[in-house]
Design a protein around this ligand. Structure first.
Ligand SMILES: Cc1ncc(C[n+]2csc(CCOP(=O)(O)OP(=O)(O)O)c2C)c(N)n1
Length: 369
């Protein structure tokens, strides 16, 4: 195993001065150390991480991006049409979830796990797979230097258990609510609604608190729960639709929020659980300051926007908007961390989640007058 300290020291030795990315638990140690040192700027999505790193390179600072392979789709456009097209060299660390054996990881990583290396090869980006030794990191960074000499990019692929983690002192949270209490309180008001929940711990929490065929646990596709909710709300005005998002996921594709505000489906409620962190990948910071969600939603065109910090506020507000036309946005500030909820895949395959959800929706359609 390569220690996070050695990993960062090697980057220092090669003169890297700016880092951005979106976290993966495989790189938890480096994310924590780089953030502590102040040279890392968390990005809302991998494409912006890459374009920011390219801007940093243009300003004369050697830069690197750290990402999960699930984010490869987000970064391919600026990788190919910006960094490659304009000959801006960059170093990328991309974790290999779902590789080498898809069955050792969650099913939503299977396709990208198998495809990551081929995708890089098809666009012609040089890459190497990191082994859990210091020599391997040193050798791959030397290869990155060779590519850099020709204004080219280099991707270091990071499999599981290759880079060590490190302890980072936790900052005390001002939030009173924990995730389980917040989801339990929200679920009390979601009976009968079709509920889309975002990737990671939030879906697992909803599953643990109140499993239902009317819940669609969207593991993977970070930032796209609102798209699912909007698509259903527009096409089934007879259904109440709720989306339970994370702050990291909501910011990743904030354009979805703008679209909700433009289409204005009355039957859609968008809930954002804001813990200021990417809790599901190790609690890395999402933003330095809280988003003013209610202002943002109203500016985009939502009919109501509200912020809740306690269970009583959730109850009051969810009851208030139940009979008002939406779209509504409800941001709930919660503490990061908490007990680890069960995996949805311990009880249902993804295909089962889809089948029973579609069954529920079809059933209610038959009931339409
Ligand atoms: C495109 C993409 N990038 C990165 C990840 C890895 N990932 C999975 S869950 C997660 C954190 C989600 O954060 P947030 O929405 O704030 O919810 P929380 O984990 O805090 O509950 C990340 C970064 C991913 N699944 N997809």
């Amino acid at each position: 195993m390569i220690s996070a300290e050695f990993f960062c020291a090697e980057l220092d030795r090669h003169g890297y001065g700016f880092f951005s990315g979106v976290p993966c638990s495989f790189l938890k140690g480096p994310f924590a150390l780089l953030e502590q040192r102040g040279s890392y700027v968390p990005a809302p999505n991998e494409g912006i991480a890459l374009s920011m790193a390219a801007g940093s390179e243009l300003s004369g600072v050697k830069s690197a991006v750290l990402a999960q392979n699930s984010g490869l789709g987000n970064l391919l456009d600026p990788l190919t049409s910006l960094s490659m097209a304009y000959e801006i060299p960059l170093l990328l660390f991309v974790s290999l979830r779902g590789w080498p054996n898809a069955e050792d990881d969650e099913p939503h990583h299977a396709a990208m796990g198998a495809a990551t290396i081929g995708v890089l090869e098809s666009v012609g980006v040089a890459h190497g797979i990191l082994k859990p030794t210091e020599q391997s990191l040193t050798a791959l960074l030397a290869r990155a230097e060779e590519e850099r000499a020709h204004q080219r990019q280099f991707v270091i692929l990071v499999p599981a258990k290759t880079v060590g983690t490190c302890d980072v002192p936790a900052k005390p949270s001002e939030a009173l609510l924990d995730r389980r209490t917040a989801v339990t309180a929200l679920a009390r008001h979601l009976d009968g609604a079709l509920v889309y929940s975002t990737t990671g711990m939030i879906s697992r929490e909803l599953f643990g608190v109140r499993d239902s065929g009317r819940n669609f646990y969207m593991q993977g596709s970070m930032g796209h729960a609102i798209g699912l909710g909007l698509g259903t709300a527009l096409n089934r005005p007879d259904e109440r639709v709720a989306v339970i998002d994370g702050d990291g996921a909501a910011v990743m594709h904030l354009g979805g929020l703008a679209l909700v505000g433009e289409r204005r489906p009355e039957n859609l409620t968008h809930i954002v659980l804001d813990n200021g962190s990417y809790d599901s990948t190790g609690g890395q910071r999402t933003r330095g300051s809280s988003m003013r969600w209610a202002d943002l939603a109203l500016a985009a065109g939502y009919r109501t926007g509200e912020t809740c910090r306690t269970e009583a506020e959730i109850d009051d507000h969810m009851a208030k908007v139940a009979d008002l036309p939406g779209p509504h946005l409800i941001a709930v500030f919660i503490a990061k961390g908490g007990a680890t909820p069960p995996r949805v895949t311990s009880a249902h395959t993804n295909a089962e989640v889809t089948a029973r959800f579609k069954g529920e929706v079809a059933l209610s359609r038959k009931d339409l007058p």
